[in-house]
Ligand binder design. Sequence first.
Ligand SMILES: NC(=O)C1=CN([C@@H]2O[C@H](COP(=O)(O)OP(=O)(O)OC[C@H]3O[C@@H](n4cnc5c(N)ncnc54)[C@H](OP(=O)(O)O)[C@@H]3O)[C@@H](O)[C@H]2O)C=CC1
Ligand SMILES: Nc1nc(=O)c2c([nH]1)NC[C@@H]1CN(c3ccc(C(=O)N[C@@H](CCC(=O)O)C(=O)O)cc3)C=[N+]21
Length: 305
Amino acid sequence: MTEPASAETASVRNPSARLIDGKAFAANLTQTIAQEVRAFHDRHQVTPGLAVVLVGNDPASEVYVRNKALQTHRAGMRSFMHMLPETTSQAELLALIGRLNHDPEIHGILVQLPLPAGLDPVAITNAIHPDKDVDGLGEVNAGRLALGQPGIVPCTPLGCLMLLKSELGGLRGLHAVIIGASNLVGRPMARLLLAEGCTVTVAHIDTRDTAALARQGDILVVATGCHGLVRGDWIKPGAAVIDVGITRISLPNGKTRLVGDVAFDEAVTRAGRITPVPGGVGPMTIACLLNNTLAAARRIVGGAA
Ligand SMILES: NC(=O)C1=CN([C@@H]2O[C@H](COP(=O)(O)OP(=O)(O)OC[C@H]3O[C@@H](n4cnc5c(N)ncnc54)[C@H](OP(=O)(O)O)[C@@H]3O)[C@@H](O)[C@H]2O)C=CC1
Ligand SMILES: Nc1nc(=O)c2c([nH]1)NC[C@@H]1CN(c3ccc(C(=O)N[C@@H](CCC(=O)O)C(=O)O)cc3)C=[N+]21
């Protein structure tokens, strides 16, 4: 028997949102960066080098590290992995950062967060030389962003901003609602969108009625780590939805799957455009890391190209 075609089932069957293809955007950006890396090498005989430090094992960080090594190679850069045991002391980690700060082959340093308990993320991110802080998380670069001065911008918010600008053009006057206020994603995202002329609302764990605020967003950026938090009716019809969250869930068949903070199947019937997980923000984070590493190498080597 065929079901009557109600407006609701029709909209579920015909999702209206345009998918924002972060994977394709990131692949293009990486290709451009690869050309620029070759030109930079021809001119200076220097290959941009990125050092990645992972202490212990965090599942989200492991996805990141794996994809990052591949893409760094694809862009023609050098990648130096430092996998340290969970038991690493603060003094040992600071000593490694000190060596990387002075190593002329290294132009970017990234310490994966979160760090195991007992290591102070503030002291450690601040130990990275601001010119090599390609994550933009140290107080110098975070301060520059807060003051609207040029500096190194955190990779994930930068990637989200690139997607939004390419989809929407100018963002001036739009209401942007950000759910999540971490130093890694939510806060720098708020500062970037404010600088673009958006009216910005930031919701966090203590916010009352986050759903009602979310429904006001022409732009909705979600970065909480709570998978499926944002339901379809949290979304203003036609909004641009950027799902930063990445959680690996187990399926009944024993396999695992990556999911975002937005209930995608519901959101897709309301949003105007939406990033998928995987294939949305994640690849952009990596492309922006390569972008920041090339920019750091240019500044350190002192040339323009
Ligand atoms: N795609 C990518 O490239 C990246 C993805 N991620 C992913 O994004 C997610 C967030 O990462 P990160 O910012 O580092 O996480 P954090 O845990 O550092 O921050 C989460 C933020 O969300 C807020 N929050 C948590 N639950 C709720 C809720 N129910 N309602 C409203 N706010 C809430 C927290 O509030 P409060 O501050 O009050 O505790 C906090 O501000 C994770 O899934 C992570 O894996 C992260 C980086 C890059
Ligand atoms: N100092 C620091 N900076 C970070 O930017 C940072 C961090 N620490 N710690 C961990 C989180 C997480 N994160 C991801 C980036 C890309 C993907 C990614 O490539 N995702 C693919 C996954 C593809 C797949 O493997 O299936 C996608 O979404 O399509 C995932 C996760 C960066 N983080």
